[in-house]
Design a protein around this ligand. Structure first.
Ligand SMILES: [Zn+2]
Length: 432
């Protein structure tokens, strides 16, 4: 490696410019403005074939979200936002508190403990409610209330449906029951009410799902010897519904631009594709679109590196990779003094834009910061001043080393990804 080091000042400048644009939720004006900015920056740093790859998605437009305690004299309305990709409805029923859920076995235990969900409103606490919602419906729950884990009055914007359901059917998938996410302090009142009081709760949710046109922004660095093989590095440029998404994921896109700049004059053995994905927050729909559009090239795509929320400083170094690329990711990371504090098989958890690539056969890895989750995850509190750009640069450095390795090492021998659990099948017919 003889490229210059990653500079945290450069990442900060691009992240600040993206935050300056404002909210980048899919279909919002800021999202289109961010695309123009990224295209310009991709060209500035020397990427070739810079282009938009457009597609259509249904985006969430909230109309009403209410959660009320029934049988309480005053102050019965709780601060809440709509739980995205739930249905519209107005439900009053007994509610049951399922507690903190992190994996399916937690839900099994909670259901046994409460004696069943039929006809009841399910209260749960999890930043990934989409892992549980279909099961709640199957168990007969009539509405879902998620407890936001964000601090200081902020409320997380979360999804009830996610990859692969939304990616597979982007314009038609909804949970058949209504849902809301309740502010953490108000949720304590809710849980107390359900434990000792009337237990009856009213949940109202109304939203429409508007079809909008969005696009991935893609640019490339060409190999010197034209092998026809490539590797992809990408991250999402959209934000959730509120705020500027500094951590998630202006800092990841700014890192992507810096990596492109660092590698622009590297002698490559494979083409490198730099992708700013649209609409990760609505179910990795930009990265899924990339895999569908480029399915003819996936067999010659040797690997993928994802950049998402790289800089929440108090968190640990976390490596998510599928089994085919894990050893190479660990070895490459050690060369830049980046040892993971925790590791996870990325094919077991639908977490970000690397998952469609893993499901499509491409060995993929994601160098991340977690746990803990950012305290203002998916809220208006995710602002630039909370980020430590030395930590962002640390994650960008290991991601850069990995994509450089994928672009230059002649003898990778990774084969294809080994999804322990394949959610979305993008393989051509006949390869099953
Ligand atoms: Zn993100």
């Amino acid at each position: 490696m003889n490229s210059r080091p990653i500079r945290h000042e450069n990442i900060r400048t691009d992240a600040a410019a993206l935050c300056e644009i404002g909210n980048r939720f899919v279909g919002n004006p800021g999202e289109a403005e961010a695309r123009d900015y990224i295209k310009q920056r991709f060209r500035d740093v020397g990427l070739a074939h810079v282009r938009e790859e457009t597609f259509e998605v249904a985006t969430y437009r909230a109309r009403t979200a209410r959660c009320e305690l029934i049988g309480v004299a005053s102050g019965s309305a709780l601060a809440c936002v709509g739980l995205q990709f739930t249905g519209s409805g107005d439900v009053e029923s007994e509610a049951v508190d399922l507690g903190v859920l992190r994996e399916p076995s937690d839900l099994d235990r909670a259901i046994r403990r409460c004696g069943g969900l039929a006809g009841r409103i399910a209260i749960l606490q999890c930043p990934y409610p989409y892992l549980f919602t279909e099961r709640l419906v199957a168990e007969g729950a009539v509405a879902v209330v998620d407890v936001s884990e964000a601090r200081d009055g902020h409320i997380c914007h979360l999804n009830a449906m996610m990859y692969p359901a939304l990616a597979a059917n982007p314009n038609g998938t909804r949970l058949p029951i209504p849902g809301v996410t309740v502010e953490r302090g108000d949720a304590e009142r809710l849980v107390e009410h359900v434990r000792v009081s009337s237990r009856r709760v009213r949940v109202v949710h109304d939203a429409r799902y508007e079809i909008v046109t969005t696009a991935n922004v893609v640019g490339e660095l060409a190999s010197v010897d034209g092998t026809g093989e490539r590797a992809v590095i990408g991250g999402h440029y959209d934000s959730q519904l509120e705020g500027v998404g500094a951590s998630d994921n202006a800092s990841g896109i700014a890192s992507l631009i810096e990596v492109a700049d660092v590698l622009a004059s590297t002698r490559l053995h494979r083409n490198l594709v730099f992708a700013a994905f649209a609409d990760e927050e609505g179910g990795f729909r930009g990265s899924t679109h990339y895999c569908r559009l480029h399915r003819d090239t996936l067999d010659s795509t040797v690997g993928m590196v994802n950049l998402d929320a790289p800089g929440w400083a108090p968190s640990q170094r976390s490596l998510h990779a599928d089994a085919s690329i894990r050893a190479l990711a660990v070895e490459t990371a050690r060369q830049v003094n980046w040892s993971p504090d925790e590791e996870m098989d990325a094919s077991l958890f639908p977490g970000s834009d690397h998952n469609p690539f893993i499901d499509a056969g491409v060995p993929s890895c994601f160098f991340w910061r977690h746990p803990p989750t950012h305290p203002y995850y998916h809220t208006g509190g995710d602002t630039l001043d909370l980020l430590d750009f030395r930590v962002v640069a640390d994650t960008a450095t290991v991601s850069c080393a990995m994509i450089e390795r994928l672009g230059t090492d002649r003898n990778l021998g990774l084969g294809r990804s080994r999804p322990s659990k394949r959610w979305l099948d993008l393989r051509p017919d006949g390869q099953r």
